[in-house]
Ligand binder design. Structure first.
Ligand code: PGA
Length: 243
């Protein structure tokens, strides 16, 4: 595990973007497991700016969506796919064939899970997974207590996550279930980059770094992953640092 602490959100975003680009470009297969949420937005902005300047070519990257709310897909304003379309896939004109993303409106959600597993296999595994973390410790939609042996699955959303998740929408939403890549998939990825910013993430980051490794807090399990990197700004790092 490596931990990178930056002074500001902007600096954290730049460093995570640079590292991600280097890891992707050094790999023969290039499959990025991509997270929505507020935290990685700055990093995506950096990548989009580099591509638009002609300083980076990501035409051989493929993408798998980390998670989606059940009942939603890219047509739903505020969904995970909607946010990523807006800030990443559309500005970069990514060919939809290069993207596998859960359709939370599908009648057969198990089929969505299987399709994600197949996509990952067909592309030689996940090169890098981007993660944020919820203040209750969820990663993707893997809530505390989720089996670490699960691959993609339908998940129940914790009450706290349902409440915090309202911030992505302009009107109140029912967010009882999600569909998510599992901890087993993340453990099989070559690299896992977890980003956290702001004082509201400081307490959970301290736990992720210091608590005993257990399913009670699935992010602790990532400490066993040789390619696990954590990117923090000073506010998110403040409780974990010795004073
Ligand atoms: P955030 O979400 O980046 O919007 O804080 C993180 C998460 O819930 O995984």
């Amino acid at each position: 595990m490596e931990i990178f602490v930056s002074g500001t959100y902007q600096q954290m975003s730049v460093q995570a973007a640079e590292d991600l680009i280097n890891l992707m470009q050094a790999s023969q297969n290039k499959l990025l497991c991509i997270a929505s949420g507020d935290t990685p937005s700055g990093m995506y902005k950096e990548i989009v700016a580099k591509v638009e300047k002609g300083a980076l070519d990501i035409s051989d990257w493929n993408f798998v969506g980390l998670d989606e709310w059940v009942g939603m897909n890219g047509q739903d304003e505020g969904s995970c796919r909607y946010h990523l379309d807006k800030q990443f896939f559309y500005p970069l004109q990514i060919n939809p064939e290069k993207i596998c993303f859960f359709n939370g409106r599908a009648a057969d959600l198990e089929k969505e899970c299987a399709a994600t597993g197949d996509f990952i296999k067909q592309r030689g595994g996940t090169t890098a997974a981007i993660l944020g973390i919820g203040s209750n410790g969820h990663i993707g939609m893997n809530e505390p207590g989720t089996s670490i042996l699960l691959h993609s699955h339908v998940a129940e959303i914790a009450t706290e996550t349902q409440a915090v998740g309202q911030k992505y929408f302009t009107t109140p939403q029912r967010l009882s279930h999600g569909i998510t890549v599992g901890i087993a998939d993340l453990m099989e990825a070559k690299h896992v980059l977890l980003l956290a910013s702001g004082s509201k993430k400081a307490a959970i980051i301290k736990k992720v770094l210091e608590e005993e490794i257990s399913e009670a807090l699935p992010a602790t399990v990532l400490r066993r992953h040789a390619g696990f990197k954590i990117y923090l700004d000073a506010e998110a790092a403040k409780e974990a640092q010795p004073s």
